[in-house]
Design a protein around this ligand. Structure first.
Ligand SMILES: *Cc1c(COP(=O)(O)O)cnc(C)c1O
Length: 373
């Protein structure tokens, strides 16, 4: 937040959030995902809570499930599935931090005859996007139920698919939708509900249960929000959805894609290698770049922060140690943030004793915005 000590004025006692508007929130999220035929449940808690809830009840099905692990989120999801009782086959990319190949998923489906497949769509942590349409098509071909973590892709990558979306989609408002982190949502279609299973001996209520939310909300007359309504988050989510709908979700996705394209042109013009060569596999939220050999990543990240006031994030542990990421998420999916980040990346490399064509990088970002369709 701000370094100047200002405070946001947050009301401590917000008016209760009406159940009728709570119901609309689910419908509006369904509209963003183009899943009018699915139920959308809101889960109190950040998206990782919704993911654990899905994995708990998908795992309790005891089915054979393929889990694609391209980051810590996918790895955790597989652990939760297995703990719940599923037989999990993990598919990972050949090299850490890369997208998975649809062919690897096909081979695993054929080898295991799995009944479901789970994967992350967009990965903000590495700036990659897994091949959503291909994996969904493969799953359909094999009759497998699909579970997609779209937390870091909703609003940044095209999600609406003519051929039909996933059976279960988990989203969070706090990335491209620019909303609160304290509430998340899951869209569940008929085949998704069939997969979810109450664990044997489960108590009558769990905070990690979509089936309980269905019982306590979807299957009621919807006049009482289940649990203690978390009014701050719900008002904030409504405000975020107002903004997304005012902009248009397609425009918001286009804005993120333009930011990614401009960041990529900037990184190339700096003289750096892009982490993801194919633009179609590159995230709309963050762009990964490989630092020149011999330049210390910690020094670049520190120089960017201290000299330029720009946050560059190092790639995750276990992935190429030259990887740094530029974030262009939510309000930062815009020229000022992308231009500042690319210029700061170049300037910080120079400050750390390396070489970068900083002027060319900044110019390339300007050209990308000047020449946009
Ligand atoms: C951010 C993110 C999440 C959610 O993590 P939180 O801890 O709830 O913010 C889940 N999956 C992916 C792929 C993400 O990028």
């Amino acid at each position: 937040m701000s370094t100047f000590g200002e405070r946001w004025a947050v009301p401590l006692d917000p008016p209760p959030f009406p159940a009728s508007r709570y119901e609309r929130l689910g419908e509006r999220i369904g509209g963003l995902l183009s899943v009018a035929d699915q139920d959308v449940v809101l889960v109190p808690g950040e998206a990782i809570v919704a993911l654990e809830a899905v994995a708990r009840e998908a795992g309790a099905s005891g089915r054979r499930i393929i889990n694609v692990a391209t980051s810590v989120y996918g790895r955790l999801f597989g652990e939760w599935l297995a703990a719940g009782g599923a037989t999990v086959t993990t598919v990972s990319p050949d090299s850490a931090g890369r997208p998975v190949e649809a062919e690897a998923v096909r081979a695993a489906l054929e080898a295991t005859g799995a009944q479901a497949i789970a994967f992350v769509h967009g990965e903000a942590a590495t700036g990659i996007v897994n091949p959503l349409a291909e994996i969904l098509a493969l799953a359909r071909e094999h009759g497998a139920v699909t579970i997609v973590d779209a937390v870091a892709s909703v609003g940044a990558e095209p999600l609406a698919l003519d051929s039909g979306g996933p059976d279960i989609t988990v989203i969070g408002p706090q990335k491209a939708l620019g909303g609160p982190a304290g509430v998340s949502a899951v869209a569940v279609g008929p085949r998704g509900w069939e997969l979810l299973t109450r664990p044997v001996g489960a108590p009558s209520f769990s905070s990690l249960s979509l089936l309980d939310i269905r019982r306590d909300w979807l299957d009621t007359d919807r006049t009482a929000i289940p649990g203690t309504p978390h009014a701050h988050d719900l008002w904030a989510l409504e405000t975020a959805l107002d903004a997304v709908e005012a902009e248009g979700v397609a425009q918001r996705i286009a804005r993120h894609r333009l930011a990614a394209a401009a960041a990529r042109r900037g990184v190339e013009a700096l003289g750096l290698e892009l982490w993801v060569a194919a633009e179609g596999s590159a995230s709309g939220l963050t762009t990964g770049a490989l630092l020149p050999a011999g330049v210390e990543r910690g020094a670049v990240v520190a120089a960017a922060r201290e000299r330029f006031g720009v946050v560059l994030a190092p790639g995750p542990v276990g992935v190429d140690e030259r990887l740094v990421r530029i974030a262009h998420t939510g309000r930062n999916a815009a020229f000022p943030a992308v231009a500042a980040a690319v210029a700061a990346l170049g300037g910080a490399i120079e400050a750390a004793g390396g070489e970068a064509s900083t002027g060319a990088g900044a110019a390339a970002v300007a050209r990308a915005y000047a020449s946009r369709p």
